[in-house]
Design a protein around this ligand. Sequence first.
Ligand code: SF4
Length: 686
Amino acid sequence: MQPPINANGQGSTVRGACPHDCPDTCALLTTVQDGRAIRVQGNPAHRHTDGALCTKVSRYTERSYHPDRILTPLRRTGPKGSGQFTPVSWDEALDEIASRLKPIAARDPQAILPYSYAGTMGLVQSEGMAARFFHRLGASHLERTICATAGGEGLVHTLGGKVGMKVEHFAESKLILIWGSNSIGSNLHFWRVAQQAKRDGARLVCIDPRRTETADKCHEHIALLPGTDAALALALMHELIVNDWLDHDYIARHTLGWERLRERALQWPPERAAQVCGVPVEQIRRLARDYGTTKPAAIRLNYGMQRVRGGGNAVRAIACLPALVGAWRDRAGGLLLSASGFFPIRRQALHRPDLLAGRTPRTINMVTIGDDLLREASPTFGPKIEALIVYDSNPVAVAPESGKVVQGFAREDLFTVVLEHFQTDTADYADIILPATTQLEHWDIHASYGHTDVLLNRPAIAPVGQARPNTEVFRALAARMGFDDPCFADDDLSLCRSAFGDAVDFEQLLDQGYATLPIPDAPFADGGFPTASGKCEFFSERLARQGMDGLPDHLPNHEPAGSDPRHPLAMISPPARNFLNSSFVNVKSLRDIEGEPLLEIHAHDAQPRGIADGQLVRVFNDRGEYRCKARISERARPGVVNGLGIWWRKLGPSGTNVNEVTSQRLTDLGNGPVFYDCLVEVSACA
Ligand code: SF4
């Protein structure tokens, strides 16, 4: 480990980066005394962090030194799922893993599946060494879709990449649409910028089925039905057209497919959209007027709204709006869903797909892990999944239709390894658990999807217990599998260096912890979108060539509200404010704030069902059921219930969580999940 920087008599301060799946990617300062981290704070010198962390990560030391941290490798001793394990040495654990994987790999390495997501966003500890290992092995590919691919593809097919406004310039916007985002809970540093704009006279409009804490603080809240965002966007276009609130010059010079989009949008008068979205027609008209006549106008889109069947189309429709009014001309106008496409990450150098040596393994979508773990071998599927190596993810809690996921993980003939900090719901089903380091204990390097700075994370403390970084685990496994390619000897600092190569000044990263990418303030003021045409593509030839609609449209949910009398309520499952996906659920101080799993339900829906506030309820559909407390609240709109997530199953009232009822169906673009496209019924428990 490199020595901490800024040593002084009072201990030392080490610069790092928040590893969590959050657009803010904060710069951390960890104070270390006598080898122990005593405080984690936001770095005041980093303009996006501005010295502030969210409640979750400001308690990071509580997480790192949590009494439940897994400190040694563990081997299962009881039935799968029982959580019974005994400590073993690293050598025993690694030898056993290699001895189990070798015969499977000899038969067909595609029977081995990695399963990982954004438990850390670090480029090194996520896939830096892991991808090399799985490529060399020839394991099945994992399609990492569980969060953002529908929206990402929507952006790619419209703007050409995951690109957009620079977050700091929202401070100068005069109208901000906060669309599908509870920014106070999940994009705190953007919210600080939006507050600045509000103080300077900007109007803030929140578009979200749930009346979130963010909606409370905006000037207006538009509580549309889940999965109807494209209809709203098309109606806004309709109004922009009929009122001629358009920037004709920008459209002519920097867009593609205007006439066709115009024709499509004219099919969406506000009256039609109002009916589909379940909002008053006047609200749509007012929003269109505000958007068409306020300059600069900006949209902060987030990923919640794209977790429905038509999520990709919805993002396409919304991403067309700024070009129609010429909002991109101003640095404080445009749209931001993700900035990650700006980062010149050298993924080939990190992941080394050349190690596949011409093999083309099948791909398994992480969203359908429930079904896929239960499939037998077949010519279309390929070999049955015999081994699963899980890192940076907790699929038993977070993957949809968890009844099937649990059934799959419980298979006695499945060999499962889990790299983890804690004994999560997934770790309970492992054959071997390997203790992983936290962000305070390893090197990493980070891009961001909410700003345009690269951050370096230095280890602040030695690994707790016998924990090891993911990279070290995959290096050791590679050695035991007999992989002697030189790339498995790369150390973590070298991996950090190679992530961006010469595109980022690594000395600056070592020196100050972050480096800003040279992105123009208004990157599309004069067009120059990273599409094939260089224009904002209202019509996508690429989609049309694939047999899809080249224009954005409203695609009704797989399970539209009102379509099933047995399950009349639409359910969304946004994160509880103090959790981040399933991370932090076991941090007691945060769990104490959240209390217990809750379902927000409007009085209009609770009263006819005889549901009282605080009562235990059963939430169910044909996929399954879970139990939680009902909170009668205006945060839920009539007809929609909010099942706050994502609680660990074992901490819920009946050992289940909200994903018992979500489905494994996929989005229109990007093969993403449809967590918010889900019909349920709710009944009071006796
Ligand atoms: S979770 Fe987000 S807001 Fe919280 S510290 Fe990490 S990056 Fe910052």
